[in-house]
Design a protein around this ligand. Sequence first.
Ligand SMILES: [Zn+2]
Length: 199
Amino acid sequence: MAPYRNLEEYNIEITNEVKEHFSKIVGDIGEDVTREGLVKTPERAAKAMLFLTQGYKQDAEEILIGAMFAEDYDDMVIIKDIELYSLCEHHMLPFFGKAHVAYIPNGHIVGLSKIPRVVDIFARRLQVQERLTHDILECINKTLKPKGVAVVIEAAHMCMMMRGVQKQNSVTTTSGFRGQFEKIETRNEFLKLVSADLS
Ligand SMILES: [Zn+2]
């Protein structure tokens, strides 16, 4: 698998195929694909879709393994308010919000910037919020083998806000806990720290 890249790179063949599909969709919904404002839309939409799903080509475990180092620190490490943008797999509409991740090291820590990358890699796929939470949790658990790991995601779903029930202010919260976070005191300490406004 390719390592994480910030650069936008597109496979020309795949981009062209996706572009053709978007062109068909624009026509099917009753628009004129040749209208000036829409001429380049299928290509832009194709590139946007490929960008938003680039996580399929990235290996989150590899990112963590490459940035791990031995350290005796064994207090809770919390990375909170990680911006998150994903696509729901049911409607391919965005859901977005924040992820809060914590782990208790067990001989190894990881560069702090790598945790948001892991969140991105799993978010840039077609997802459900529950599985996204689980993917992040298990990836950290498997690679760092910490004494405990916790993930909380709070997100708003466009498929709920723009269509269907149109619950415009509802936020969905999902969480997962492993190891020491399965103990109620540790879990509560984490949740207290995550909800505290430190700014
Ligand atoms: Zn949906």
